[in-house]
Structure formats: C-alpha cells, structure tokens
Design a protein around this ligand. Structure first.
Ligand code: PLP
Length: 697
C-alpha cells in the first residue's frame, strides 16, 4: 500500500515514538497521581517535575510560572481572563485603564473569540481593535504605536499557523516599551515551539500559551507561561493542582510525552535545524513550481517558518487541490475554511491583502522538524504525480494536447449547471447554458483537447454566452446564430422529425444529433441518435431544459430519456422525465436513503464474490482517479465515472441489463449521491461503499 505523506504539521503532528513510550509508561508503570504522597504518587510527580524543569530551562522561564494545561486554547483563556480581571480591578480602584483590546488581524480565532467572551462576561465593555498586518503578514508597528497607549491588552502571535509568518516580537516589544503602555501582552507561541528560539523571561511578554500536539506530543496537553509579576487568575478551581493555578488531576500521559519532546529539543539531537528545513521547503517549492504552472506562494519565505508553504494555483479551487493531493495520499489543508459548496476566503490572507482568488484557493503545506530528506523526496514525486493528473484532466495547461474526453460533462457553480456534449471521434462539441464563472475553465478545457465547438447554446434567450464565444476564439465554429446561440446557417444545421411529428432543427455531433425544440419562450435540446431524418422518443437519450415539466418534452422524449436540468441544487445530476419517472410522477427531489444502499467495506469482498458481474465505480473526479496510486477497494480494479459524468454514463447503465454497481469515493459522500441518483432513475442494484476509500484502506 502506498504510504501517506503527512504535510499538515501546522494542524497537528504525529506523536514522537519516544513520547508514545513515555505516555504508555505514565499509564502503565507510573500510573500514580502526582498529588499522592506515597511512592507511586512520588514517581508520577518526578515525571511532572522533570517535564516542567525542562520547559523552564528550554524556554527561559526564569522567575516566571510555567503550568501544564490542556493546550493553547485553554492557555489563551487563562491569559485573557487573568489580564482582564486585573484590568477590572484597576478600573475599580479608579486607575486609568486602556479602552482597547488590541489583537493582530491574523491571530488564531481563539484569540478574538476569547477577548469578546471575557470582555462580555466581565462586563468591561472594552473595544476589540484589530491591528492590521502588511502584505508580508507583519504587524503594522506604526499603528501599534498609535494605539498602544489606549490598550488594556495586546495580543500577538509568534508565528502564524496558516502562513508561518514570524512576528517581529522585538519590534512589538520596543513599541510597548517606548509608549510606556500599561497594557498586558500575550504572545501565542503555539507555532513557535521547536522552531524559534524563545527566552521568555528576557522579554516583556506577560503570557505565552503553548500546545503539545503541534510538536510531536499528544493532543490535550499544553503549557502556559506567565511572567513573574504578571497578574494571574485561575480558570479552573478545585483540588489545587499546579500550585493552585490550574486544578484538576494532571494529564500525566500527555505531560510525560510532552516532557520527552521538550527534552529532545533541549538535547538538540532529534529535530532538524533551520537550514535543513529551509532546504526542504525550497525543494517542495521547486516541485510545486514544476508541477503546477503559475503557482503563487502566499507567504514570504524569508519572513516565515521554514516549515510552512502557502500557495494558490490559477484556475484551481482549494477543494480541487485538496482532493488531488488527498488522492495521491499527500495530506495538506485548505488555507481557508472550506464549506462544502464554496471555499470561504482565508481571513489571514485577506488581512495581507492577497487577491480573492488566491485567498479562497489557498493550500497550506506544512511539515514538522522531524521531516527527513526521504519524506521530502517522496512528497516531490507525489506532487509531480498530482501535476500530471491535473494536466491529463485539462485543469492546468500542458504542452501536449490531452486525449479527448468523450460524452456528457456537467459543470456547476452554486447550483446552476452547464453541460458539455463532447464527441471525441469527430472532435466536435456543444456547450449548453455556459456559466460566466466557468468561461476560462471551459475555454481551456476545449483548447486542451483541441475540440471544435459547433455551438454555444442557451435554454433561455440572450443568456451570457458571449464571453465564452470570445474566449473560445478559433475553436468556435458556429458562424451566424439566433438569440439562443443556435447556428442558423447550413451545413451545420438540418431538420429532423420528432416523435410528435414536429420538425426540429438539429446539428450532427458524430453519430448523434442535437435537436432544438421550442419550449414556450425558452428552448430545450434533445440529444439522441437519428434514423433516416427521424429522432423517435426512444432514441432521445438526454433532454436539456430549464423546466422539468415542459409539456413538449413529454411529447418528444421517452421513458429512458434523462432530463438534464439547468439547476441542480441538490446534486441530482439528472432525472427521469416527469411523465415517465419510475419512482414518482412529480419532479420533486427524492433524497430517500434506503439502508440497502450502503455497503460496509468489511462486507465488500463477500459481496463481490457473490456478485461476480458487479462493477466497482470510482466517482471521484478524473484527476483524483489519475493521482491515486493504490488499487480500488478490496484490491480490485475500478472504473472511473466522475460525478460530473454520471448523467452520461447513467443513460448507458439504464439501457443495458442491470448488474450491481458499487460506487465509492473518498468518504462515502459522493458515492451516496451517485447511488441515490441511480436508484431514483430505477436502477435497483446501485450501492455506495460507506466510509469510502478512507475507511477501506
Ligand atoms: N494558536 C495557534 C496559532 C494555533 O495554530 C492553534 C491550533 O491550531 C491554537 C492557537 C489552538 O490550539 P489548541 O487547539 O491546541 O488549543
């Protein structure tokens, strides 16, 4: 099996084997409660003390406090609570306090959320003030100078989690000192641990939270540094653990593991140094440049941690990039929060003034200081594989023409959809209802496969087709067209007789014809095989229409005609004609889920043995299929039928003798949609592999 290459270190890391050993020891041999005074307890306490002593030395804690907790989110709460309680006390004593809670625009969400929360709970009514950053992600120190005097608390981060940009902590400290502000200062050190040298007590920093799982310790353990003399209010009260600063019996497995990581950092014999990490990033960047032409890096390498790359690729969404990397078993993350329908732009990149397409399409690739040359070389090979898969799918430009794809392709943007009818044999295609957002994608797709576009038609008159026609240039060969984009002039257009006896204009597309039918004030298009100038209902495979209930369609289409809508908000892909639907006589979405639609991966082998005629179908997009290095589930060969081509293939499956179709994808989501579609269309043996490849592996 191809091993996964984990390049999402800024999200979390694997646990260092020695740290796993220490955690097991803390749960086994040394299971004691460090508060117990018997020998078992004392053994646990020794582990706790050693871990803390190591943190104190390593991070230059000096006379300050270093307490263990559950992670940085807790550390941030404790810092904000401590500072704001002190501010409230000063206010109660009649002392002047600042009115602003200043935080960097690129802080982790835990910071502004905690500020807003505790500000409200403590009834302080201070104003949250976002400190802008420049194009490189650096805090605007001139603005900080202006507001520092009015600040009650200043929150900045040592290094950013999305971009790795390292803050100018010396510069910030200089401003704080120069202005003489009484504001407290919190520095989120989560991404800095193990990557930047820290000497906390030598600075003016009041609070510094850390999280273990960003540096090879487990999740659920972290640390908080509090400067000697900085105010402190416990977040959690109880049995008085951690010198009364953080009650609750300690997470000894986590602390023991973190202690091992800290000891390794202190020894300096486990993690790679800055220069080597810098070279690793340069190699990854080179292979991204070679594989993904036009790639733009969103983080300034010379001002960022050497372990983080943040990039965008023109014409590709973060969803597509994530999917292709995931298929190649390279784990990266979307630089932005990704909702299922549309990637939301990254607020970090937005704050840096990065253009929207880059901010919404960003990918973060990050590794930890345990990375080695072998991992980076393997990652580069996979990146090359992803580039080749995207080139073969015409999603990125290529020097050589791609093999022409054939059949029906559905492309969508937020529920609206557009159809491409491609005939590879004749090199001709037609575009139906192009969407303006897809202009450049369709144009490059057509160019990449060297198609001649016979027509760009709309189901509604005067729809926005012109931009695509222009972008297609010489590939568009329609000549003179009517208000629906239909080519008026012979020889491309001719007449066919429809089932209802009416004559319709048609264009030949290889062995098939596309006929144009008036549907009220709109048009519908029929795709099928004409015979002697006739296009009988039984030969109409697809009807493209804005209205499913268009009466004319019932008169010219047959029971096996698939209706291809111009809107597909619920991923129905296609439907039976309302008058011929096997499930219902309405055109309402039928999203029922029957328990017999799901196949558990544990049952797959037995199912396939019992049904030797079953077909395994990968419904991920073609570039994901191409980037995948592993065989299909259960070690079987799978066919690729991406969801975007499901309607075209569904028509074939429905016309042949039914046999079991087992759909799969990465998670089981897309395959369920395909299964529902086929069942709705009357195929009784469509199944979805639950959990997808992620669980079948
Ligand atoms: N701060 C930064 C910069 C982070 O990257 C993270 C985690 O993503 C956090 C805070 C929160 O850490 P945790 O979820 O471990 O509490």
């Amino acid at each position: 099996m191809t091993t996964e290459i984990y390049l999402d270190g800024n999200a979390t890391t694997a646990v260092l084997p020695a740290a796993i050993g220490a955690a097991i020891d803390a749960m086994g041999q040394r299971f004691g409660n460090p508060s117990s005074t018997h020998a078992t307890g004392l053994q646990a306490k020794a582990v706790l003390d050693q871990a803390r002593a190591c943190a104190v030395r390593l991070l230059g804690v000096g006379d300050g406090r270093m307490m263990f907790n559950s992670g940085a989110t807790e550390g941030i709460q404790t810092s904000v609570l401590s500072a704001l309680v002190a501010v409230r006390e000063r206010q109660a004593r009649g002392e002047a306090i600042g009115s602003l809670l200043v935080y960097g625009a690129t802080e982790h969400k835990a910071v502004p959320e905690s500020l807003a929360h505790w500000n409200r709970l403590l009834g302080l009514n201070l104003t949250l003030h976002k400190l802008p950053v420049d194009a490189d992600g650096a805090h605007d120190l001139a603005l900080l100078r202006q507001v520092a005097g009015s600040a009650a608390l200043i929150c900045t981060m040592a290094a950013n989690n999305e971009t790795g940009v390292v803050s100018d902590l010396d510069g910030i400290e200089a401003v704080i000192r120069e202005t003489g502000t009484a504001a407290y200062w919190m520095v989120d050190c989560v991404q800095a641990l193990g990557k930047l040298a820290l000497d906390l007590a030598a600075t003016r920093i009041d609070y510094a939270p850390f999280s273990g799982h960003k540096l090879y310790a487990p999740k659920g353990v972290g640390m908080l540094y509090v400067r000697a003399g900085a105010p402190f209010t416990p977040l959690i009260m109880g049995g008085g653990q951690e010198s009364g600063q953080r009650s609750g019996t300690e997470n000894m497995a986590g602390i023991a593991a973190l202690g091992v990581v800290l000891a390794a950092l202190e020894r300096g014999d486990t993690f790679r140094g800055h220069d080597e990490l810098w070279r690793f990033r340069a190699r990854l960047a080179d292979s991204l440049r070679a594989a993904l032409p036009g790639v733009v890096f969103n983080n300034p390498f010379d001002k960022a941690l050497p372990t983080t790359l943040n990039f965008s690729v023109p014409g590709l969404s973060s969803r597509e990039l994530m999917d292709v990397f995931d298929a190649a078993q390279v784990r990266v993350s979307a630089g932005s929060a990704c909702s299922s329908a549309k990637a939301a732009p990254s607020y970090v990149l937005d704050a840096m003034g990065v253009p929207l397409w880059r901010s919404a399409g960003a990918i973060r690739m990050s590794f930890g200081p345990l990375a080695d040359a072998e991992l980076i070389a393997a990652a580069c090979a996979r990146i090359e594989r992803c580039g080749a898969a995207l080139r073969a799918s015409c999603l990125i430009a290529s020097d050589s023409a791609a093999v022409a794809h054939d059949g029906l392709l559905q492309l969508g943007v937020e529920g609206a959809c557009c159809w491409l009818v491609q005939d590879a044999a004749s090199g001709a295609c037609v575009v139906i209802d192009p969407l303006p957002e897809l202009t450049s994608r369709i144009a490059s797709y057509v160019r990449c496969q060297d198609y001649r576009v016979l027509a760009v038609v709309g189901t509604l008159p005067d729809a926005a087709r012109q931009s695509l026609v222009e972008a297609l240039g010489a590939h568009y060969v329609a000549g003179c067209v009517d208000e629906f984009g239909w080519p008026a002039a012979a020889p491309l257009a001719f007449d066919v007789a429809l089932e209802n006896g009416a004559a319709a204009r048609a264009i030949g597309l290889g062995a098939q014809v596309l006929a144009s039918v008036a549907a009220g004030a709109a048009r519908a298009y029929l795709l099928g095989t004409a015979d002697g100038g006739r296009l009988p209902a039984a030969s109409v495979r697809f009807a493209f229409s804005a209205g499913a209930r268009e009466p004319v369609l019932a008169a010219v289409g047959g029971p096996r005609t698939l209706l291809c809508p111009t809107r597909d908000d619920q991923n129905q892909f296609c439907a039976s004609m309302p008058s011929h639907s096997p499930a219902t006589s309405t055109a309402e979405p039928q999203l029922t889920m029957h328990s017999d639609m799901q196949l558990d991966s544990a049952d797959l082998d037995a199912f396939l043995s019992a049904h030797p005629d079953a077909v395994l179908i990968d419904v991920r997009e073609a570039y994901e299929f191409a980037a995948t290095a592993v065989p299909g589930p259960a070690g079987r060969v799978a066919h690729s039928v991406p969801l975007s081509r499901l309607a075209g293939q569904a028509s074939v499956w429905l016309r042949e003798q039914q046999r079991p179709l087992v759909f799969f994808c990465r998670s089981g989501n897309r395959s369920m949609k395909a299964t529902q579609c086929l069942r709705r269309l009357g195929h009784k043996q469509a199944y979805s592999l639950s959990g997808g490849l992620a669980l079948a592996a």
